[in-house]
Design a protein around this ligand. Structure first.
Ligand code: SF4
Ligand code: SF4
Length: 165
């Protein structure tokens, strides 16, 4: 638990003054952003409502140092559904830039994350094309087996974590 001294009470105003951060101060913590987020669905540590809460609390260092602010895929679902027009997608982009400006992360992360998003889309395209060209779509069980078999060749994936029940 952070002490009052370690929290930065002015930080939320600095974030709110950035392009994309304008709506931050009117967030009322309803959690709609988290409920509809495709990244939160697969990674429980990624929680938009909690990130906003941390920003409002002034937990600057923990937020800007965190891996979580780099996990968003920029789909804008949270922004479209937010009843307060908070624009969390753009707010996260502002946090990423702050993390780089303040030296919490290497500036190459900005470029690398764009590249990860682009290549992830290419992988998805290839998988759809491969399955489509095989003819009859696989059952969910067949697909889970195929997916596991292929992703286990990749050393950096979390083995078996996304298997179908
Ligand atoms: S949906 Fe909007 S108001 Fe609700 S927690 Fe998320 S950012 Fe805040
Ligand atoms: S833009 Fe990011 S935070 Fe918002 S719903 Fe999409 S992945 Fe989640």
């Amino acid at each position: 638990m952070k002490t009052q001294k370690e929290l930065d009470a002015r930080w939320k105003f600095q974030v709110a003054s950035r392009p994309g951060g304008e709506g931050l101060l009117v967030c009322f913590a309803c959690g709609v952003c988290t409920a509809g987020c495709p990244v939160s669905e697969v990674e429980e540590r990624f929680n938009p409502r909690r990130i906003i809460h941390q920003v409002l609390m002034g937990n600057r260092e923990d937020v800007l140092r965190s891996k979580e602010i780099w996990m968003c895929i920029g789909c804008y679902t949270c922004t479209a559904h937010c009843p307060q027009d908070v624009e969390f997608t753009n707010l996260l982009k502002a946090l990423r830039i702050m993390a780089v400006e303040e030296g919490y992360v290497d500036k190459r992360w900005l470029r690398i994350v764009d590249e990860i998003d682009r290549r992830t889309q290419s992988l998805r395209r290839d998988l759809v094309e491969y399955l489509w060209d095989r003819g009859t779509p696989p059952s969910e069980e067949e697909f889970a087996r195929l997916y596991k078999q292929e992703t286990e060749k990749l050393s950096w994936t979390r083995k078996g974590e996304d298997d179908a029940e």
